[in-house]
Design a protein around this ligand. Sequence first.
Ligand code: VAH
Length: 314
Amino acid sequence: KILITGACGQLGSELTAELRRKHGAENVVASDIREPNPQLGEGPFENLDVMDKAALESVIDRHQVNVIYHLAALLSANAEKNLDLAWKLNMDGLLNVLKLARDKNVERVFWPSSIAVFGPDARKEGTPQNSPTNPATVYGITKVAGEQWCSYFYNKFGVDVRSLRYPGLIGYKSLPGGGTTDYAVDIYHKALAGEPFSCFLERDSALPMMYMSDAVKATIDLMEAPEEHIHVRTSYNVAAISFTPADIAESIKKVLPHFEIRYEPDYRQQIAASWPDSIDDSAARSDWGWSHRFSLDAMTKDILANLPSVIENA
Ligand code: VAH
């Protein structure tokens, strides 16, 4: 059985839906510290705090879990405001998963890293796979440490744990949860509501981004790749598009000409400024055939076409 932690989150809820489509709902156990959201649909659900190792072990035993997607974590903006919980949840949670994967012979583990592992000293354009990782944020520190733990458990214990350094993820089926790139999801909701959008980043603050369906595809492609194709055991850079708030506003205006944006940067601007503008992902493309599908305009069209019915049914 597949176990997903953080299944009610922005990525978790879309990954749960896709894995249930692929493998059958009864074979995918969704878990979260929150109550299941209706969007998860049918299938087994466990209320689970990943910091409770015994509770996690019980879920693994009861469902004969052999693959784990461990997504439960605090994202960058929330982590910056709650260092203690960020370290405990992001690190103890991951270590509980890796130790139990080792002891229970779990076949494969996925863990999300982030472009947040890069700091101000990394190249801003086309940041390379092997760039130094000196993050300027609490969240970035937990991701750098997490990558090293994944590499250690693979090399020392043979745990087949795989990871992607996600850029900002944007989708219409789920809401983001406390990240610095959340503006790029909220902007579409405001545009459709005909309301002006207040952006918490500066107009020219470029960030690496990816449409959610590309992110789900990258995750499953990585997890289905033969073990001998995986040469990076910290975490793979993956990229798709890179844009500024002004760029996404222009993309929206091509569909909704009256859309208005204003810029009111807050503490999240400092987080974004420490991250790269774009990422080099040639290692992922050559090792396991990664390639993105959606451009900014294609993503905007797809979201504005599909988001209204999601809002209606909410
Ligand atoms: C965040 N959405 O903002 C996440 C992601 C690159 C950004 O790590 O924290």
